[in-house]
Design a protein around this ligand. Sequence first.
Ligand SMILES: [Zn+2]
Length: 282
Amino acid sequence: MRQPTDLCLLCKIRPATKTNSHILSRFISTAFLEGAGARKGFSLDSDTILKQEGDQVVLGRTKTIQDSPKENYILCPECETYLGVVESLSRDTFITWRDKVALNEFSLITVIPGELKVLECTSSNPRIIRLFAYSLFWRASISSLDLFAEYSLPCDIEEELRSTLHKYEGDRLGFLAKIAADPNFSDYPYGVVTSEVFNNGDANFLMAIPHNALGFSTLLIDRFAFMLYQSLQVNDAAMQGPFNNRTLGDCKMMVVPETVWKMLFNEAPARVLLDISKNNIK
Ligand SMILES: [Zn+2]
C-alpha cells in the first residue's frame, strides 16, 4: 500500500500526497454509468462473475460502482494538475468529434462501406492527443488497483512513457510552450476505436488487456478502445490499418457501426471474462 510520503510516480521528485487520482480520465470513463436513473455500473471480476452452487454454475455477485477507478498516493498535486491540463486539452476531440465533423473541422472518411470509417482529427494537436493516450496507458500500468492488477506495460515502455510525459510537465501555458519548443518524443504507434453511435452504451466496459505476445496492449474505456503497439513491426491487422497513428503528426480514430463495436468490444471481452471464470471453477 502506498503512503503519502512515497515519491510521485510521474516526477519521482515530490511526495505523492494526492488522493483520488483517476486512473482513466473521468470524461471518457463514466458515460456507461449514466444509464436511466441512478449512476451506477458493475464491476465484473473473473474471480467472482461465476460461482459454483451445488452442481450448477451461476452468476456470482457483482460489485456496484459509481465512479471510474481512483487511487491514492500515486501522484503529487503538481503532476495531477498537469495530467488534468492534458486531459482538458484533449476532451473535445473525444467528446465532440461528431460536432466537429459536422463543422468540417474533422473529416470522416469511409474506408469499407458499412464497416469502417476513419476519423481524421485535423484541427486537434496530434501530439497532445498522443500524450493523453500515453497518460492512460502509463496510469493503468502503474496502478495497483484490482482492475489493473494483471495489466502492466513492459518496463522499458512504461519508463519511456513516464519520461516523455514528465518532459512536458507544467501548467497550461507552460505545457503548451514546452510542446511547441520541443515537439519530438517517442512515437509508439497507437490506435483508437469508437462507434459511430451508441444506442445502447450501458453494456460498455472498463477493461485493461495486458501487453500480449504480438506486442500490443489494449485499454477498453467505455466508448473508446485504445491500442498501444511496441513498434511499427507488430504484425496485427489493426496495427497495419489506415486508422493507426504511426507518426507524431497522426491524429486518427477508427469509427465502426454499433453492431461491429458490440461484437468486438462488448461480446468478445465478456466471453474472455466468462472463460477465465469457468476455468477458475474447474
Ligand atoms: Zn509529481
